[in-house]
Write a protein that binds this ligand. Structure first.
Ligand SMILES: C[S@@+](CC[C@H](N)C(=O)[O-])C[C@H]1O[C@@H](n2cnc3c(N)ncnc32)[C@H](O)[C@@H]1O
Length: 226
């Protein structure tokens, strides 16, 4: 199995990528050098396109790492507020430093701890709130076995016009592994990601686009009654 990041097309796409600014380009370079997880350039371009088309004002992100994608959202949309969740203490410390050293960090509400618990708190606070308080864009990019749980929480705290994007649905190519060591090592993620993709695809009230670019993306929106 050829993993997504080895595919020659990635290099080709990267060579045409234009960063939002030099600061973000440098952050991408340093994250890649230190093998910090971050969105692929192709994912960034699809997210950028969606942000430009929909102009969300309150973005929820699950999975911060060193804060690259949070800062991308904040730079791309100078009026938007971003809530981002991370539980790994090493990542938390690094992201905190990145946010503190930039003016965009002032618009980032950094929640630290397990996403399931933080989402529970957000659901308690926002499930019955007015649309003006809810999220209008959600990016799910953490714990690949928990996408259904994250999605079901997210849909309770976002507006009916929101877009929910789930990253890494191909699990680095492992989603197609039926046997072998990768299939064994990633058995749980593979099982739950397949179930999640079946679940969202089977729901009549969702419009779901599953893309194979980068490490695979699911782009979901609600079909609203006229
Ligand atoms: C792929 S990285 C996020 C990359 C980031 N979105 C970016 O593009 O810069 C996923 C992150 O999710 C975090 N994570 C995984 N499971 C989590 C959970 N249950 N709660 C909170 N954070 C979690 C990991 O520690 C990791 O830093």
């Amino acid at each position: 199995m050829k993993y997504v990041r080895d595919i020659p097309f990635k290099k080709f796409v990267d060579s045409h990528h234009r960063a939002v600014d030099e600061d973000l380009a440098e952050l991408r370079r340093s994250n890649e050098e230190e093998s910090v997880p971050l969105i692929f350039t192709e994912t960034e371009e699809i997210l950028g396109l969606l942000l430009g088309l929909t102009h969300p004002s309150r973005i929820l992100e699950i999975g911060t790492a060193h804060g690259y994608s949070s800062l991308f959202f904040a730079k791309k949309l100078p009026e938007a507020h971003i809530t981002t969740i991370e539980r790994n203490p090493v990542m938390v410390e690094a992201a905190r430093a990145e946010f503190a050293s930039r003016k965009e960090g002032e618009r980032i509400d950094f929640r630290t701890g397990d996403a399931s618990e933080i989402l529970d708190e957000l659901v308690c606070r926002l499930a019955d709130a007015d649309d003006s308080e809810k999220f209008d864009f959600v990016f799910i990019d953490a714990a690949k076995s928990h996408y259904r749980e994250f999605f079901e929480a997210a849909e309770r705290i976002c507006t009916k016009d929101a877009i929910i994007v789930c990253d890494n649905i191909l699990l680095n190519g492992w989603i197609l592994e039926a046997e072998g060591s990768a299939a064994r090592r990633h058995r749980t993620s593979i099982k739950y990601m397949k179930k999640f993709l079946d679940y969202i695809s089977d729901r009549d009230d969702l419009e779901v686009s599953i893309l194979t670019g980068a490490d695979g993306l699911a782009i979901i929106r609600f079909i609203n009654e006229k």
